[in-house]
Design a protein around this ligand. Sequence first.
Ligand code: SAH
Length: 363
Amino acid sequence: MSIAEKVKLPDLAEIAAMLSLRLPADRESLRARAEATMREHVGDRVYYRGLIEFSNVCARNCYYCGIRAANHRVRRYTLTIEEILAAARSCATLGYGSVTLQSGERRDPAFVDFVCSVVEAVKRETRSAQLPDGLGITLCVGEQSEAAYRRMFAAGAHRYLLRIETSNRTLFEQIHPAHQSYDSRVECLAMLRQIGFQLGTGVMIGLPGQTVSDLAQDILFFDRVGADMIGMGPYLTHPDAPLSAGVCPTQALSRDELLRLTLNMIAATRIVLADVNIAATTALQAVHPLGREAGLRFGANVLMPLATPENVRADYLLYSGKPCVDEGVDECSTCLLGRARSVGREVALNEWGDSPHATRRSR
Ligand code: SAH
């Protein structure tokens, strides 16, 4: 939906007001409005993206992230194509229509070749009567060259998730080393869109120094770049990441505040963008045991069950307190099904679950 087609896009002040709501009654009406918008524009079913964290090798040094290159305490791994395929096959067997293949960022030719081979293999090996075109594939492998993105798209990935992390340029510069530029990230988003990927982006919520006005600007940014899907969650500290150890010794917000702000952000994003997919991310469950259910109630319609093999789950730690690292693939599936049902929602199985925002555009 373009801005022109919308009845009226709330302005910055209105969005900031939604994000600032604190009183339970006010937050309940925000939630109800988000839920009504969700039902009208994307329906009430929940879509799964099996999350396969296939490598924690990373050449970047984002100040907030536990698997940054400079963290030498991490035991590095890269799954083989066979291991990734096995994980993808179990996703298909469990009825997940889509997978997200995520890793640290590498830009070397061998990595790009590897990602393309993985995508081709997953596509080829997961075709079935229910999924004639195989699993839907979202890639989340960071900033790449245009040529690399084109190859990944040609290999069969049809969605790409690259968070802007924060649309405030100054804040972006504070949480990344100097050579990781805001402009290059924005340029990547434009390339991805131009190549034809369904575009996902998002931010971290509760970054030190981030204001409600920044978050309201983030939502307008999502609209400006034409995002089809949004993945966002609370910022959580990691002991080996400089943002927690140095610049900001303590988490800026309490867990309760983080939960409130993240849920308000999901609701406001649903109200403003209406027909996009929004994930209730794992990080939401790290701030509250029922965080993901709450995310669904506030307008999210995507869950990302962890499908990373158990033996490496604990090595893909972006922040401390990541839930589900001790569970198996089957357990995550049943657990999330229960979580969705507990808030009165059904999970759509064996479907890609593209957002109406994306399908409308491709018609
Ligand atoms: N290398 C890929 C995948 C990064 S991990 C890429 O650059 O896109 C996926 C997301 O995890 C990041 O975009 C970031 O928003 C989030 N993340 C990283 N560290 C985090 C932290 N400490 N707290 C919360 N989210 C974090």
